[in-house]
Ligand binder design. Structure first.
Ligand code: F6R
Length: 615
């Protein structure tokens, strides 16, 4: 997974590409590069490291003139992150230059053929194979660039979003997509190409999102021709008016995107139920559910597939769905599900949860479920993403762009959407009384204000973070609805501060993890009043008698845990199924502050990327 940017028009391409790459760094940031055509030469600059390193290198190494160019920020798949493996890649003749997000799975066999035909390769990448394959077709079949790209892509197995141009025809960029996202911004006599709209939103809000197996030939000052890669049929361009603005994308005064996104949660949750939750009329309205109500009501089982944080949201909703709707639920890691020949029946509903909507394993799990006849419902944040399009129906979380690699507002908005769905279905099935249903709606409506209140503990959480920032291990415990929150808290800490952390169901502690507890072990225990409070308090006592350091996440006004714990962080009271929306907040802030104090790169932790479009 990588970020790609391209420009062709009347302005200098470099500043647009550079800024665009900075906005796309969340997609990968182990190397970066740019290729600009100045009328004579392709000026190419590539480097290991971030876009900032590229900017420095460009200053001393290349001329930045030119109104056509492409740029890339990489998350390595084939070949280690180094200058040579960075994109753009140039064909052997030096005429073609390409950027690519995705993986060409059959690149080795293609490479062998090309080597036999005299091609040389400088890098270890699949992308360099693709650009030479296109060149080979161009030469041997004497075709234009567009046709050559099409013929080459028909030989390719894998995923791609590419942009390629030919220095002999510098008024044209050819792009194509399969499995990786690609947006084309349409300005006034100018075109932008990018992995998402953030690089061009300040220039235009008119965009075309290519569908899988489509390619576009973009001509300077002219038009865009879209064709199907397989059968060459012409596709009428569908131009969308985008509603996002730049401020949504940028940091908005916070030091990090992650902190901004943590603080955005009251509004994000509000946006998630806006127009769906009508508490006065005691109604939940969700088109994706209403249109498929019969399927949901007839479902014998719900299977939830997701990865990472989204999987944790799935676990929370297992409790909610089973409790409210009495429909059996299984929650699966998409990566396991797709390869273990699972039993899927036609009366199963598969719910795929994904912030990015691009996670390769989740996408593959959906395809498998569809092939076996299940009805697939997507819960995604990114509108128009691959998973959103692949699902039969779905509901967006409407959290807005999430840029920080560590997922925060995506998690709470996923839980919100899934709770709305569970409540709506419970009402339709008659497994919840009207009084209880109404009570849930009223409480859900109060959640944004309660999240704001939970955020007020930030200063105290910073103090607690200072005390525990040098810990080597941290244990997170929770029960019931808050067991997945314990998993999520541990994941947040390890991914951004690189401190080892584990989440456990509180009662499981005595079956193993208790051996780890001594005076050096901090244990975060979620012990809200609802649920199995007394039992969790007993667990806290067990920790205390082994001298563990206890950080309790408790309901406002709690006194029992206060007496036992070293620190308590309060969250407002709410209904049990909604507690994860509040208990998550202090855990996000704890991991954020610890990572900042340890000087870690909070928004772009090492080895991670925002959307994992490879398996
Ligand atoms: C953790 C995190 C990842 C993602 C996972 C799935 O903070 O962000 O664990 O949750 O890669 O991504 P999506 O939700 O985009 O499918």
């Amino acid at each position: 997974m990588c970020g790609i940017v391209g420009y062709i028009g009347h302005r200098e391409a470099y500043p647009i590409i550079l800024k665009g790459l900075k906005r796309l760094e969340y997609r990968g940031y182990d190397s970066a590069g740019v290729a600009l055509y100045d009328g004579n030469t392709i000026n190419l600059c590539k480097t290991k490291g971030k876009v900032e390193a590229l900017e420095t290198k460009v200053k001393t190494q290349i001329a930045t003139k030119g109104t056509i160019g492409i740029g890339h920020t990489r998350w390595a798949t084939h070949g280690v992150p180094n200058d040579t493996n960075s994109h753009p890649h140039v064909s052997n003749s030096g005429n073609l230059v390409i950027i690519h997000n995705g993986i060409i799975e059959n690149y080795e066999s293609l490479k062998k053929e090309l080597i036999k035909r005299g091609y040389n390769f400088a890098s270890d990448t699949d992308t360099e194979v693709l650009v030479n394959l296109i060149e080979d077709v161009q030469k041997n079949q004497n075709t234009k660039l567009g046709k050559a790209v099409q013929i080459a892509l028909n030989q390719v197995i894998g995923a791609y979003a590419i942009a390629v141009f030919d220095k002999k025809k510098p008024n044209e960029i050819v792009t194509a997509k399969l499995g990786s996202p690609l947006a084309i911004g349409i300005g006034d006599n100018e075109f932008f190409i990018a992995s998402d709209a953030s690089p061009f939103i300040e220039y235009t809000n008119n965009a075309i999102y290519l569908e899988d197996e489509e390619m576009a030939i973009i001509r300077r000052g002219k038009d865009i021709k879209i064709r199907k890669i397989k059968n060459d049929s012409i596709v009428a361009p569908y131009i969308q008016q985008l509603q996002i603005n730049l401020e949504q994308i940028e940091k908005g005064g916070y030091d990090h995107f992650m902190l901004k996104e943590i603080y955005e949660q009251p509004n994000a949750i509000l946006d998630t139920f806006r127009g769906r939750l009508l508490s006065k009329d005691a109604i939940i309205k969700m088109a994706g559910i209403e249109d498929n109500m019969k399927k949901f009501l007839n479902a014998k089982r719900i299977i939830i597939v997701a990865c990472g944080t989204s999987w944790h949201a799935g676990l929370v909703s297992e409790y909610t769905f089973e409790n409210l709707t009495r429909t059996p639920v299984e929650v699966e890691y998409a990566s396991e599900f797709r390869y273990r020949n699972p039993v899927i029946n036609e009366d199963d509903i598969v719910i795929a949860i994904s912030q990015s909507g691009e996670t390769a394993d989740t996408l593959a799990a959906i395809k498998l479920a569809k092939a076996k006849g299940a009805f697939v419902f997507g819960v995604c944040n990114v509108v128009g993403s691959s998973i959103a399009r692949e699902a039969h129906a779905g509901a967006y979380t409407h959290a807005g762009p999430e840029i920080g690699v560590a997922s925060t507002k995506a998690f709470t908005t996923q839980i919100t959407v899934l709770t709305l769905i569970a409540l709506r279905l419970a009402r339709a099935k008659g497994t919840i009384s009207s009084t209880d249903f109404r009570h849930h709606l009223i409480e859900l409506e109060l959640i944004p204000e309660k999240v704001k209140k939970a955020l007020q503990s930030d200063a105290y959480i910073k103090v607690v973070s200072e005390i525990y920032k040098d810990s080597k291990n941290v244990l997170y415990l929770g029960r019931g609805y808050n067991f997945p929150v314990a998993l999520e808290g541990a994941l947040k800490l390890k991914e951004i501060s690189y401190i080892h952390a584990e989440g456990y169901p509180a009662a499981e502690m005595k079956h193993g993890p208790i051996a780890l507890i001594d005076e050096n072990m901090p244990i975060v225990v979620i012990a809200t009043k609802k649920g199995h409070y007394e039992k969790v308090v007993s667990n806290i006592q067990e920790i205390k008698s082994r001298k563990g350091k206890i950080i309790g996440i408790v309901t406002e006004g709690d006194t029992s845990v206060k007496d036992l714990a070293d620190h308590v962080i309060e969250v407002p009271e709410t209904l049990e199924p909604l507690t994860p929306l509040l208990t998550t907040i202090p855990l996000q802030l704890l991991s954020y502050h610890i990572a900042v104090m340890l000087n870690k790169n909070v928004d772009q932790p090492r080895n991670l990327a925002k959307s994992v479009t490879v398996e």
